[in-house]
Design a protein around this ligand. Sequence first.
Ligand SMILES: Nc1ncnc2c1ncn2[C@@H]1O[C@H](COP(=O)(O)OP(=O)(O)OP(=O)(O)O)[C@@H](O)[C@H]1O
Ligand SMILES: [Mg+2]
Length: 252
Amino acid sequence: MSLELQGLVKNFPAQGGGAEVPVLDGLAATVERGRLVSLIGPSGCGKTTLLRIIAGLEQADQGRVLLEGGAITGPSAKVGMVFQQYALLPWRTCLGNVELGLEMAGQGAAMRRERARGYLDAFGLGEFAGRYPHQLSGGMQQRVAIARTLILGPQVVLMDEPFGSLDSQTRNALQEFLLQVWSGQGDTIVFVTHNVDEAVFLSDEVLVLSARPARVLERFSITEPRPRDRTSEASNAIRREILGVLSSQREM
Ligand SMILES: Nc1ncnc2c1ncn2[C@@H]1O[C@H](COP(=O)(O)OP(=O)(O)OP(=O)(O)O)[C@@H](O)[C@H]1O
Ligand SMILES: [Mg+2]
């Protein structure tokens, strides 16, 4: 079973006398359960819009999203989302942020606190449970954001350039961290990135999207076993191919 994107069309209405903005143009793809699939494409091509549609936060004009055969028509606990930044509540501690979803789901205080503490420990953040987001590094904040999403046990995790604002060393460390926590959970991950190296290091598959309106231009399968060597000949070869497809989409 899987996540199926079927013929997704999305146009944003014209504003201030401008023309309608076509964002998705019959986009179709299947993401097999338990896989990590990256979406890569030009800036503004519709990646965030696509994730919002998969999350049920936005409606497609045509087409549908099926998860394990059932249509997604609104927000659901089965689908979790990790955003690029500003995702933590600044007035809540780490622990309070990780507890948030459990609280909204009506779980009792003692139980949710214990579970959230367990997650923070597992994520190497145990000693920061009482700190506020502004007291943490960017990498730590993103680990809290990932914990906050994974604790809810989603079947699909949508990640929108989650490491985009981090320096490259922290970014590499968080990629490895994501693979570690993911192999423990085995959920499906749809990961949006601008970074070809990141996509090739992380993914089972990379879908390259066209310039807006987005459709899938090409699909690359990456079978190199993990942990991967970022500088291997196989990684370089696939990077070269992806960059070739992407450069065909560059605006003149
Ligand atoms: N709510 C909205 N109303 C009108 N237009 C929108 C809305 N949301 C997005 N757009 C437009 O849709 C297009 C795609 O936006 P989207 O944010 O999905 O792109 P993206 O691929 O995520 O871009 P980036 O790589 O820069 O994050 C853009 O032209 C944007 O201006
Ligand atoms: Mg975006």
